[in-house]
Design a protein around this ligand. Sequence first.
Ligand code: FE2
Ligand code: FE2
Length: 299
Amino acid sequence: MEETAASAQNAPLESLEEWEEFVRSRYPETDGKPAFQATNPHKRREEFRNYEADARPSVRAFYRLNHRHQTLEFVRAKRREYLSLDRRRMGVWEAMEYLNTLVDDSDPDTDLSQLEHLLQTAEQIRRDGHPRWFILAGLIHDLGKILCLWGEPQWAVVGDTFPVGCAYSPTIVFADYFAENPDYRNPEYQTRLGIYTENCGLQNVYLSWGHDEYLYHVVRDYLPEPALYMIRYHSFYPWHREGDYDYLTDSKDREMLAWVQAFNPYDLYTKSHERPDVAALRPYYEELIAEYFPPVLRW
Ligand SMILES: [Fe+2]
Ligand SMILES: [Fe+2]
């Protein structure tokens, strides 16, 4: 597909999946290390430099935009813009089908659709015998990506999330690109705590804006707390994989961390090219959705 300057500016990735592939390369399934480890951030930084050097130019361009533009003011503005949830009314299955209209330039023969990723994630959670709310969290966790359909650029929908309004951890991949973020030059935002207080709790922290935070607000009244944590923080790799930002968490966050970590392998490692049979699975999932959600939600 011919790329215009504008689309390259906002959409360096061929598909959103390209970001997820890169995350998978950083955290391969054979990685036998525990998910949470008190790493030496300097050693970790060196490892990240290797991933950065090997990353495709499109992935690098994507992180550059993400790190440059995700300021505290940007995050506040997006919350104001979206969290009144007055864009659309639709049910969960309808939202899944709507998300599936997101067509990017990736090869449709080898890449699974968004709907198929959601079903594969949920199906593996189901096979492993987890509770129904856990299966449901897997089914819906990426629905916030509909932000793309509303014109949000890739860097404001996906990407590893990180706190804004305080110093950037060196364990964030491509951390060097933060030098281009206007907040980087605001000393108030560049201390360890920045605008926050010690152990204030993640619910009081502004994470970079994306599909996690948005979906959390859509579903927050309907799901058990561990499911909400999985949805809200599944891209917060600096926390759930790198063990960083502990000083912003409270006891509830620390209790819930294990659930976020339990969810992560299902998100990353359930890709297979065997396509799920959407029609056959639909009745089971419609029933599961109805168990927790009203027929129509505010988006
Ligand atoms: Fe996601
Ligand atoms: Fe996902």
